[in-house]
Design a binder for this molecule. Structure first.
Ligand SMILES: *Cc1c(COP(=O)(O)O)cnc(C)c1O
Length: 386
């Protein structure tokens, strides 16, 4: 059996070869295996040096100070730490629940902590996006209340690829003395991020979305008396008390190396990937009833979300055996439920179910795109006959 062409880079990316090498050097007896928290011998100091080099590399990717980087197990944990950590310290100060704003199209790693905080007495507003999937400054402005203390909005949507104007959203938050957390799992390494220029207070990263390993990420926490997060994992006071646990040297070194590579290759990667994305769309856009979800202009280069009109989505995905892509529906235990993101931008259940997300990455070739176009066209021709 031939392997399907991988067009699911927004779900996860393979580890870059250079990254795998650096990770391997942090595992065995001959390598840098020690506990970075061991202060009493050379082995520990070397491990700590690796971790701090990685911290500087990740900080450089987003123009942060290395002291503003808190290591986590990924963006899910970073989002949880941001939302719950800020909410807990707000409650300690104000002795009451306050108001938090998120959007309806955030990743589950923001929406689910928000549901949990709601159960703990905080009020949550979920902003509706435009029909392109973007959160407007005006809708945020209208939703702010006197006791709003935290806004959490993503920079790039993982299903649509659309980009929010984080700088404008942050300026509004600042003017109202509200903290802004940004889930940047899909934007880091894809578009330039400058936390200082953007004016965000907290920002989540995930290594495996930019050719680093899975199971590692970071939360940027702006150094300021206003941004206090309560730890959610206790046990030894690592990461200046914000996140305990022995640091995984190999994971962090891998994330650091991946961050450096991403920064180096950001412009060339994104230009090449945009050309492949445009070719893919050009090869499909004349199909009857086809429609591009999201925005064709305000989006990252790697994500193309397409609604294939009048086609059964489940059948389409099943028939596209030679492509690894994501569907516009989530596989629940029993059934396929249409994507809440596509529903939120106004798609019908049928249109959402007939949508696919193609995501292109650093290792996608022009041949793979040509193959994908032919494969999709032939599958759709067959489905339309049936
Ligand atoms: C992948 C992703 C996450 C989760 O990151 P993990 O590191 O896999 O936990 C969160 N938010 C967005 C937007 C993502 O794309």
């Amino acid at each position: 059996m031939r392997k399907p062409v991988y067009l699911d880079y927004a779900a996860t990316t393979p580890v870059a070869p250079e990254v795998a090498t650096r990770m391997a050097e942090c595992l065995t007896l001959e390598g840098i295996f020690a506990n970075p928290a061991s202060r009493s011998h050379m082995y520990g100091w070397q491990a700590e040096e690796q971790v701090e080099e990685a911290r500087a590399q990740v900080a450089a990717l987003i123009n942060a100070d290395p002291r503003e980087i808190v290591w986590t197990s990924g963006a899910t944990e970073a989002n949880n730490l941001a939302l719950k950590g800020i909410a807990e310290s707000y409650r300690a100060q104000h002795k009451a629940g306050g108001h938090i704003i998120v959007s309806a199209v955030e990743h589950k790693a923001v929406l689910d902590p928000a549901i949990w905080l709601e159960s703990q007495g905080f009020r949550i507003t979920r902003l509706a996006p435009t029909n392109e999937g973007i959160i407007c400054v005006d809708s945020l402005s209208a939703a702010l209340e006197p006791d709003t203390f935290l806004v959490s909005l993503m920079q790039v949507n993982n299903e649509l690829g659309v980009i929010n104007d984080v700088k404008a959203l942050a300026a509004l938050c600042k003017s109202r003395n509200v903290l802004l957390h940004c889930d940047a799992a899909q934007s880091a390494g894809k578009i330039a991020i400058d936390v200082k220029g953007l004016g965000v207070d907290l920002l989540s990263l995930s290594a495996h979305k930019f050719y680093g390993p899975k199971g590692v990420g970071a939360l940027y926490v702006r150094r300021s008396g206003e941004v206090k997060i309560a730890a959610q994992i206790h046990g030894g006071g690592h990461e200046r008390g914000m996140r305990s646990g022995t640091l995984a040297t190999h994971q962090l070194a891998g994330m650091g190396q991946a961050a450096s590579l991403a920064a180096e290759q950001l412009v060339t990667d994104s230009i090449r990937i945009a050309q492949l994305r445009d070719r893919l769309w050009q090869g499909l856009e004349d199909l009857p009833g086809i429609h591009r979800n999201g925005s064709a202009t305000n989006c990252v280069s790697g994500i193309l979300n397409i609604a294939f009109g009048n086609i059964d989505g489940e059948m389409l995905l099943l028939s596209l055996r030679d492509l690894a892509v994501s569907s516009g529906s989530a596989c629940n235990s029993a059934s396929m439920s249409p994507s809440y993101v596509l529903k939120a931008i106004g798609l019908s259940d049928e249109a959402a179910q007939a949508s696919l997300r193609f995501s292109i990455g650093r290792y996608t070739t022009a041949d793979e795109i040509e193959f994908a176009i032919e494969h999709i066209r032939s599958v759709i021709a067959k489905l339309q006959k049936a």
